[in-house]
Design a protein around this ligand. Structure first.
Ligand code: A2R
Length: 227
């Protein structure tokens, strides 16, 4: 029996080859909704509710990413549709990106890059000095799989790691049950919670004010987490 898979978003040649061994692949601009049994999608696009309703024989939604906030999981469960995602695969890479962004902010990398490229360095000499990243208090909003990888990667900078999540964990870092209080205690705040309604704009004006004018905000979660 042929399984019919609807592809949402881009896939690599390797993914295509493996999927083609098991499925007939259909694209969004040309498919019969009643024939589709499987969907492959990314974390950003997910499956929109109207599309999901139209796929009356859908059995599996496979998201190649960690976040599944763009998929109505409650509705999927109600319809007995299995939803899969790919946690852990990119923990280290997302954590490295978080560190890259943090270091780039502290060291004004973009400002200094522009300074050199514009010829100002040659004309005026060194750009102003920047801040040290050593011994900073770094708050992690969402100490899950990726949050922990970020905490691990902060070790060489001798950071004091603190965190806020829904529950306190068995970790050697200080827990804040209040995000604003944590922001007040931090030099930098790194967001790495899931998206969706429960985290929508939880980094709000109050949190940003508590972080202060010299605070650094790094968001490697969804854009929806920050107002
Ligand atoms: O449930 P808890 O207490 O373990 O906390 C989780 C935390 N979290 C929240 N923290 C504060 N307020 C909330 N409303 C809230 N909801 C969840 O986020 C946990 O510490 C963390 C999520 O960790 P994991 O489930 O292990 O996710 P992972 O693999 O680290 O990925 C995080 C997100 C994905 O959902 C993608 O959207 C993005 O990274 O790429």
């Amino acid at each position: 029996m042929t399984h019919h898979l609807l592809q949402i978003g881009g896939i690599t040649p390797d993914m295509r080859e493996r999927l083609e061994a098991a499925f007939t692949i259909h694209q969004l601009d040309d498919f019969d909704p009643t024939a589709i049994t499987h969907v492959i999608t990314n974390g950003h696009d997910g499956v929109n509710p109207e599309l999901m309703t139209s796929l009356s024989n859908l059995k599996v939604i496979s998201g190649y990413g960690v976040g599944y906030d763009a998929i109505d999981v409650t509705e999927a469960v109600r319809r007995n549709i299995l939803v899969a995602h790919t946690p852990n695969v990119l923990n280290q890479e997302v954590a490295t990106t978080a560190l890259l962004l943090l270091l780039a902010c502290y060291r004004e990398l973009l400002r200094d890059d522009a300074y050199v490229r514009s010829g100002e360095w040659q004309a005026k000499g060194n750009a102003p000095l920047t801040r040290s990243m050593d011994k900073q208090t770094v708050g992690i909003l969402g100490l899950g799989r990726i949050g922990q990888a970020i905490a691990d990667k902060l070790a060489p900078w001798d950071a004091t790691v603190v965190y806020h999540s829904r529950r306190k964990k068995e970790v050697p870092y200080r827990y804040f049950d209040n995000l604003t209080e944590m922001a007040r205690a931090c030099d930098a705040l790194i967001c790495i919670t899931p998206g969706g309604p429960s985290t929508h704009k939880i980094v709000n004006a109050e949190v940003l004010e508590a972080l202060g004018p010299n605070g650094t905000l790094i968001n490697v979660s969804r854009g929806s987490v920050v107002d």
